[in-house]
Design a protein around this ligand. Structure first.
Ligand SMILES: [Zn+2]
Length: 304
């Protein structure tokens, strides 16, 4: 358990998914019952990296899917304003195999490396789709729109309630919002998390909005979109975090577990696993040891 994660109660006025809440959740988890009442343990969490940004999260009976991408490789996609890419690898788990899905957590709906044609076909099969406010307007149907720091609760009898808070993203250099559109990340909180929330960064560069997440939320497990996305038409500008950004973020946020995603399977990703591993190899052990690579296509138990 992080010694620092439960301290700064004064730093936030937000509800239970914040650093304040850890005062409760950490003590609930670590202090044995003295009155004979059962001590609640955290629900088991299983995370399957399916490819790109697509991850299946199974927790306490819930099945949540992030950024569905299930198209076969080889296709070319346009992202707008002269940018585009080719998909290089298909999903390691078939779309039908992830069903049923309670909620899709869609960081943005308008880029094919986060929502492709086969992924889009899955959306009506989920109970709900949680995404940006503008994306929910475009998608309609079962979509719920969130602006940064708004929260939506998933509730179901017999399952832990999951509070999903949208977190800020900036999917490119300063001033790029008009071109790249709305993107959000997600912080998932449920009772008795051992280390803090499960955070999905979304496609973002390392900017003040992400630093604000590190400041306001006790993140226990971070699923971080990397890849160092660049496009020839905009030269050296980045649209997602680089390997060195990943090291900086991991040092700043200090999650118990730092899981890279969105670093393979696409032509426009300029940095893959080797680049990220190299960057972390030069980091202090206290940062390096937080990184965990999920085997793509296989579920892994994560202590959230
Ligand atoms: Zn994108």
């Amino acid at each position: 358990m992080r010694s620092s994660s439960c301290i700064p109660a004064h730093r936030t006025a937000l509800p239970i998914h914040t650093k304040t809440s850890c005062l409760t959740t950490c003590s609930t988890f670590s202090v044995p019952s003295v009155d004979g009442a059962p001590v609640t343990t955290p629900p088991e969490v299983r995370i399957t990296h399916i490819g790109g940004p697509t991850v299946l999260i199974e927790v306490g009976g819930w099945r949540l899917l992030t950024d569905p991408t299930f198209d076969a490789p080889g296709q070319r996609y346009r992202f707008g304003f002269g940018t585009g890419s080719v998909k290089l690898a298909g999903p390691r788990v078939a779309a039908q195999a992830v069903l049923p899905i309670d909620a899709v957590l869609l960081t943005h709906d308008h880029h094919a490396d986060n929502l492709d044609t086969a992924g889009r076909a899955l959306l009506p099969l989920a109970n709900r789709v949680i995404t940006t406010a503008s994306g929910a307007n475009r998608l309609g149907g079962n979509a719920v729109g969130l602006t940064p720091w708004a929260t939506h609760a998933l509730q179901h009898e017999g399952r832990p309630t999951i509070h999903i808070t949208a977190t800020p993203c900036r999917h490119g250099p300063p001033g790029s919002h008009a071109l790249v559109g709305d993107v959000i990340g997600f912080s998932l909180a449920w009772d008795n998390q051992a280390h803090g929330t499960l955070w999905i960064s979304g496609d973002t560069v390392l900017f003040d909005g992400v630093r604000e997440v590190a400041d306001r939320v006790t993140v226990g497990t971070a699923l971080v979109h990397l890849g160092g996305v660049r496009f020839p038409v905009t030269g050296p500008l980045h649209y997602t975090m680089t390997a060195s950004d990943a090291v900086k973020l991991c040092a700043l946020m200090a999650p118990h577990t730092f899981i890279p995603v969105h670093y393979e399977s696409w032509y426009h990703f300029t940095q893959g696993r080797l680049d990220v591993e190299r960057a972390f190899a030069g980091a202090p052990a206290s940062v390096r040891e937080r990184v965990r690579w999920l085997p793509v296509g296989e579920g892994a138990k994560i202590h959230v």
